[in-house]
Design a protein around this ligand. Sequence first.
Ligand code: FAD
Length: 342
Amino acid sequence: MSETIKTDVVIIGAGPVGLFAVFELGLLDIKTHLIDILDKVGGQCAELYPEKPIYDIPGIPLITGHGLCDALMEQIKPFNPTFHLGEMVTTVEKIGDPLFRVGTDRGKVFEAKVVVIGAGGGSFQPKRPPIPGVEAYESKSVHYAVRKMESFRDKRLLIVGGGDSALDWTLNLQPIANRVTLVHRRDDFRGAPDSVNKMRALVAAGGMDLMIGQVSALEGGDGQLAAANIKGNDGAIARVECDVMLPFFGLTMKLGPVANWGLPLEDGLIPVETSAFETSTPGLFAIGDINTYPGKLKLILSGFHEGALMAQKAYHYVYPDKRLVFQYTTSSTSLQKKLGVA
Ligand SMILES: Cc1cc2nc3c(=O)[nH]c(=O)nc-3n(C[C@H](O)[C@H](O)[C@H](O)COP(=O)(O)OP(=O)(O)OC[C@H]3O[C@@H](n4cnc5c(N)ncnc54)[C@H](O)[C@@H]3O)c2cc1C
């Protein structure tokens, strides 16, 4: 287990609301670490609708999901938050008054006076393909994400899917794998045209195989794959020997570990009071889509407001002996210095 990382505030979830919370906390000299399961920031905006326009961010008539994430990252730059991406928070324990210990699935441990849960609709988790018995191979020879490319060197890889993830990993892993076979249910890909062209060129040059059909059965033992059956659209079965299967069938949102943190939940959401969006545990806040209270609207602007009020209360836990003076960014030189503009 790695050394404990000590900080003022841990934010669970780097969606738009978690990102803006960094700004509100930063103005009050509060340091933050953010942890997110995804390998990128922006939560639903980045994962579910990066190219779609959003029309109801105050003062911004139109911005895409991706554009909003970029703008938030620019806005929080002066506060230099630390990101831990591709990592899921599994445990949150209260160890002081208030002091929390937060643990991740990659063995990191954090200690913070305040924890802000900005977990949105929950954790994005890969969709499991409908192949009988696939569970038995998961984590050993069936993987839903590529964490270390080296672990696939010289392996016979079966990559399944027709979107950007399947195509990108096909192109990235093809040079180091023993052989790559890409399987998709139809000869029409959703991924970027450039990636599709590159993949087809590799197939034409004999550098990899493309099979149209669906994985219908797996062979192997003790979690180790030996081969897969691919059922073609004409019903014919082809057997492909392989060491590893990487299915990319998209992501789905599940509440995930939030349910195990000892908080009372209402329909999978965390009830909070509305003066600071604190849970029933002092020092533990929930903002954005993950919380619930009378009149709650699951909108980005609601989460931004919640982050601002949360920060005011968090200040008293982080600096119990200091008095907080309310200030505007337009007129406070002290805030402007923190933003690097004065
Ligand atoms: C198609 C679509 C269109 C939308 N359009 C609009 C719109 O026009 N206007 C608007 O205001 N809202 C819109 N929304 C809603 C908006 O996207 C959400 O309100 C917003 O994303 C909530 O932000 P959040 O930061 O609370 O949560 P999210 O964006 O859900 O981010 C939460 C993050 O927490 C991470 N996480 C969860 N659990 C863990 C864990 N245990 N460990 C580590 N990380 C974790 C997740 O991976 C995720 O990245 C839309 C939503 C969808 C799906």
